[in-house]
Design a protein around this ligand. Sequence first.
Ligand code: ATP
Length: 590
Amino acid sequence: MYYGQLAQVYDAIEKASGSLEKIDLFAEILKEAEVEDVDKIVVLTIGKLHPDWKGEPEIGIAEKMAVQVVATAAGIHETVVLEQLRKSGDIGVTAEELLAGSVQETLFAEEPTIAHVYNTLNTVARASGSGSNKEKIANLVGLVTDGTPLEAKYILRTVTGQLRLGLGDMGIIDALAVAFTGSRDSRPEIERAYNFCSDIGRVACLLADVGIEAIREVKAKVGTPIRMMAAKKLSDPAEIMEKTGARALVEYKYDGERVQIHKSGNEVILFSRRQEQITNQYPDVVQLVQSNVIANDCILEAECVAINPETGTMRPFQELMRRRRKTDIMATMKEVPVALFFFDVLFVDGVDLTSLPMLERRKKLEKVVSLDARVSLTVGEVTEDPERLDAIFMEALGTGHEGVIAKAVHKDSIYQAGSRSWLWIKLKASYKEGMSDSVDLVIVGAFHGRGKRTGVYGAILASVYDDDSDTFPTVCKIGTGFTDEMLEEFKARLDEHLIESRNPKVVSDIKPDVWFEPVEVIEVLGDEITISPIHPAGRGRVLGSDGGLAIRFPRFTGRWRDDKGPTQATTVSDFLEAFEKQALRFSDSS
Ligand code: ATP
């Protein structure tokens, strides 16, 4: 199939307003494509050539290089491209306009196929070392000049991570269901397979090549990360007990980094919450697993917590994150030693345990982990009594934990990969104060500081994630509560992600002084969620209002969520749910 056909479908999807229409358009091209192109179409549309966990090089071209590509392809000076980019705010549109007016338009060499585009982008991604920038530019110029201006528009958007079609992972799964099974009914099965293999390209390939039967066969496999189960949040112990089914395993919530541990013989791989391989950061964890996990092949989950080497007491999450940033792993390993608290088991010696109820998994976990000073199971107790839950919560806080997680124990209390359901409910101290919880926001822009803050950013513009439309609508401007160190750190970290104009996935009515690629995630606390005429998050979905939702008096907690990717930030749906709960609370008390 030619890339031109895909570019035309992108164009139609972009113009379509409803998500169902977008899904149907995408399903059509998946149906028309040859089997070997289907996975390539899917990964190009997601904008990632490989799943994160494979650790393969990705495209990610900086805007500066994209400008060079357009200038060379159109045979014009970079300043012309930059000027046009400032006006349109979109590198794709800029490329389309400038190439349409250039001579190259009539000189199409060979129409690029989907496979050719995919392979070229892979070559670009893999180019490294001296001279690699030239090679990248040459390859991209080749692609862009071989195709039409419309193709150039979408290629440029794809390589800069700005392909904004309004189709998130879930939209693509819907389209796969429609294309290869005729209806959305099979979506849960496809989603399940995706949660277990964490590779949407593979899911697409299996569906196109074999069909839904192959999807049903996808199982947990050591070495392939399983998308993690997450917890909902509530503040009332009685309500928590009711939601978990009147009986729950109430565990301390440890303040560390979640690791999914894959062990095969002596080989150990550690995956983070965002499914990146973090094995190299934790050689000590690898050793602990080798010495304390009894099963030969298994997949386990644990919280990895920084500890004080002298006293053995737990240290905060920020301390642990030092392990992520430092390059001298061996030295930081001594400064920030860790302990492991195991809380789940998903697979042991050929047997998938994810569909067993919680307490059966816990029993199995007790058998496969041998305990010592550095390796424990999470502390927990089964109870039916909300008062006891509250007492465990107080104990947890008193012993330096973040709160508790209440886990359902009924017969359907499976490990629900990739979902945030009522099977796990977290309760943290912050839920009892003001706004019901901290939120994890994506930084999208900033304002220059004045006076004492000259030279650093004075305020940050932040967004939630909208997983329906795959966009980042803003929810607040954060300008207070920063220490000088925090301001320095913002400047240093964020300047790596500076871009000329707003990333098209960012939705904002406010124009900050500078824009960033939406990649950095921070934790923010606020007083409450309010309806806002300025912030677009949830606009059109707030009952009885045309406004969006915003955070009142937001403040940075000091916690960079390096363990989360931008699409794992708080979602618009979470935010709307929290707003509705809050509205209920206010009307209850009035
Ligand atoms: P938070 O910001 O509250 O940590 P999150 O969005 O990172 O939440 P959730 O899945 O909502 O993640 O909350 C569960 C997280 O709590 C897990 O990812 C894990 O890292 C951590 N955790 C700590 N103790 C436990 C425990 N006993 N059982 C399960 N998860 C635990």
